[in-house]
Design a protein around this ligand. Structure first.
Ligand code: ATP
Ligand code: MG
Length: 424
């Protein structure tokens, strides 16, 4: 026998026993986006490498070490998308959706990053995201955050996640803060790790995002971004907070929250949970007013978030009832003899038409009555419809409840009315 081939490390199959949960999650995400008036944008999984270098930033974890980049047969450098925002902006610019327009967009699909696989961190993972374009005001920041808050309630996990927000201010304010931070950290070079030392020159704000506990301790006494906020950004941030209060959304202001991508300005936020260990951020986003222009379009303000679907699924896996995500087969049709089998084929089609929501299966593969009932149990059927010679002759069927074992004869003409009551 030849060796079996395994999936690529960090890239997971979604097995039939898990796909019920995923479909349930996806349906709720779509419904929420729809409910708030967002429209879906689907973009390709592969983009020009330049798109991500120019948007996410050359000196970020993603671009420095996480991208799946390859040369295609023409010699062009292509990259499997590591995130969705840059793709939305690229498509928006290309199709003229952004300039002088207001757009509310959502997307969902696989993303790729070459990271060390662990719980909540994979090399192929999935994000659901929303993006707004053309809204400079704080109402958009607040609505984007509110869509996430709505989702937590819909999923029944509002108590498991908390919101942290911060403002990065204008580019000018950030530039001034950068200088102050570099000055402070330069005085403590001996305490910086290799990554932080390198970033001190290339991208010092990234150091705030460090996962190294010693660096975080050092940052406790560093100058705070908040002190450098320009007046307009302060005002904007206050307006965001007033609107979050109006939505009834609780939050903490975290002055060291900066996010791992270069394109943000003003509002940034993360929804965090304690139930996933180090991979605690379930949803993250912010305002990125400069990106559209930076990618060659006419300037358009923007704000959005991306939600990590695997992390959401991990939280939900223990909390959602099996009946919700893997509803049982409603009707299993068993037969004795070929005439009954042929009868059941058309009966099953009739029932699928009559009850579009119901799960209706006919037995396949033959076998005696016992074997057929065993199979009905295996698929968790609620009712078995049993047809043999006698039932055919008398124009009736046997309906057996597999929950309580009760069995009833039902005239074929009455069957739909009978099942309508039972399946309700
Ligand atoms: P982290 O700090 O956990 O690496 P990030 O800042 O790189 O996250 P973003 O780029 O903001 O993450 O992506 C938004 C969300 O996508 C994250 O909050 C997380 O839920 C999810 N996510 C990011 N990378 C992965 C991954 N490798 N595997 C699974 N989910 C991920
Ligand atoms: Mg990351």
């Amino acid at each position: 026998m030849s060796k079996t081939i395994q999936a690529v490390r960090g890239m997971n199959d979604c097995l039939p026993e898990q796909s019920g949960l995923w479909q349930w999650i996806e349906a709720k995400l779509r419904a929420a986006a729809n409910s708030y008036g967002y429209q879906e944008l689907r973009t390709p999984i592969v983009e020009s490498t330049d798109l991500f270098k120019r948007s996410i930033g050359e000196v970020t974890d993603i671009v420095e070490k996480e991208m799946y980049t390859f040369e295609d047969r023409n010699g062009d450098s292509l990259t499997l998308r590591p995130e969705g925002t840059a793709c939305c902006v690229r498509a928006g610019n290309q199709h003229g959706l952004l300039y002088n327009q207001q757009q509310k967009i959502w997307y969902m699909g696989p993303m790729f990053r070459h990271e060390r696989p662990q719980k909540g961190r994979y090399r192929q993972f999935h994000q659901f995201g929303i993006e707004t374009y053309g809204f400079p005001s704080a109402d958009a920041d607040a609505e984007v955050i509110a869509v996430a808050a709505w989702l937590w309630r819909e999923f029944g996990i509002a108590d498991d996640v908390r919101l942290e927000i911060n403002s990065l201010g204008s580019n000018e304010a950030r530039e001034q803060y950068k200088n102050a931070l570099v000055e402070y950290l330069s005085g403590h070079k001996d305490k910086l790790d290799e990554d932080s030392l390198r970033r001190l020159d290339s991208n010092p704000l990234r150091i705030l995002d460090s996962k190294n506990a010693d660096i975080q301790a050092l940052l406790q006494s560093a100058p705070s971004l908040t002190e450098y906020l320009d007046e307009d950004s302060q005002q904007h941030f206050a307006e965001v907070q007033a609107r979050l209060d109006a939505y009834g959304i609780a939050y903490t202001v975290n002055p060291t929250l900066v996010r791992g991508l270069d394109y943000y300005n003003r509002t940034v936020f993360e929804w965090v949970t304690d139930s996933l260990g180090a991979q605690g951020t379930v949803c993250a986003g912010g305002r990125y007013d400069g990106l559209v222009e930076q990618l060659g379009g006419k300037a358009s303000p923007a704000v959005g978030f991306a939600l990590g679907m695997e992390r959401l699924a991990l939280i939900l896996a223990e909390r959602v009832a099996q009946e919700t995500i893997n509803p049982p087969t409603d009707i299993y049709l068993a037969s004795m003899g070929e005439s009954a089998e042929l009868f059941n084929i058309s009966l099953a089609e009739t029932l699928r038409n009559a009850f579009p929501e119901a799960r209706v299966q006919t037995h396949m593969g033959g076998g005696n009555f016992k074997k057929q009932m065993k199979r009905a149990d295996k698929v968790n059927a609620r009712y078995a419809i049993i047809v043999g010679e006698q039932e055919l002759n008398e124009q009736k069927v046997l309906v057996k409840s597999l929950q309580d074992g009760q069995q009833e004869e039902v005239a074929q003409a009455e069957l739909q009315a009978y099942l309508k009551l039972k399946l309700a």
